[in-house]
Design a binder for this molecule. Structure first.
Ligand code: ADP
Ligand code: MG
Length: 266
């Protein structure tokens, strides 16, 4: 536990010289009965504080495996992973869970909201581990909902929200503990194209405020909003390039047709 608290001070602090993510020669094997799947075949990459990175690649190329390791949900079979200077592979399960809960926000393709729970209560969930009282937890959740433009929807249940709004609730839940790193695996995969760009607008604004974001997508139209693109193929990095002419999602939205259903939500 003391280790995790130490790290938290570092990660909430002023920019440090080391990268947020430093992966060195990551390999991952999955054993499936007789067969062994070599999902990552030597991934070496650094990601600095404040970057907005899109991880691209065909289905099965290892993107989710990589994200699960970055998010301390899984461990590499070999190689090392430093999260904000801490060798995460040396930590015990409990310490990993503490780091994960306090420093990493996750957003997935399925929004994974609890159905019988309001937006506010969904967003509050990750704060249960923080040392906050009930009032402070509600306030943190309200602030996070405001960050994604949903301050007026806090009492709604997921079924009363559009897909885009549900994903924004999921983003608010990911942000409520003020993570240093946001990991998003195909967050726009279940959304229509207009709503997807709205979600990218939110991510770009959060990145403007300094949040480090790693986003998995197989859609170039979505990846274009990140400032760096890493292409996976067969468990290896094939390309890693800055995206020089990265458009602003808010500008792209202005020239996009709006789907009727979504119009009512505005
Ligand atoms: P992507 O996210 O790019 O589609 P994944 O990281 O999910 O790729 O998968 C990479 C490879 O590892 C694929 O061949 C996939 O079938 C395999 N794989 C992923 N997760 C598991 C698992 N839990 N058990 C066995 N094989 C897996
Ligand atoms: Mg995947």
């Amino acid at each position: 536990m003391s280790m995790a608290i130490e790290t938290s001070r570092e990660m909430d602090g002023v920019p440090l010289s080391h990268p947020v993510i430093s992966a060195l020669d990551l390999h991952k094997y999955y054993e499936l009965g007789e067969t062994r799947v070599h999902a990552l075949r030597g991934i070496t990459v650094d990601i600095a504080r404040g970057e907005f990175v899109a991880v691209m690649g065909a289905s099965g190329s290892g993107k989710s495996t990589f994200m699960n390791i970055l998010g301390c949900l899984d461990r590499p079979s070999s190689g090392s992973y430093f999260l904000d200077g801490t060798d995460v592979s040396s930590l015990e399960k409990r310490e990993l869970a503490a780091i994960r809960n306090r420093h990493i926000g996750f957003v997935f393709q399925g929004f994974n909201l609890l159905a019988r729970t309001t937006a506010l209560e969904n967003v509050e969930l990750p704060t249960l581990y923080a040392k906050l009282n009930k009032r402070q937890r509600a306030q943190a959740a309200e602030e996070a909902l405001a960050m994604v433009g949903l301050a007026d929807r806090s009492r709604h249940f997921p079924s009363q929200l559009s897909g885009g709004q549900q994903q924004r609730v999921a983003i608010a839940r990911a942000l409520v503990n003020h993570p240093a790193l946001l990991l998003a695996d195909e967050p726009t995969g279940n959304l229509d194209s207009h709503t997807a760009v709205e979600v990218m607008d939110i991510l770009q604004k959060l990145n403007d405020d300094g949040l480090t974001i790693v986003l998995v997508t197989h859609e170039p139209d979505i990846a274009q909003f990140a400032r760096r693109a890493i292409l996976f193929r067969d468990g290896r990095i094939r390309r890693d390039e800055p995206n020089e002419d990265c458009p602003r999602a808010i500008d792209v939205l202005q020239n996009m047709p709006v789907i009727d259903e979504e119009q009512d939500e505005r």
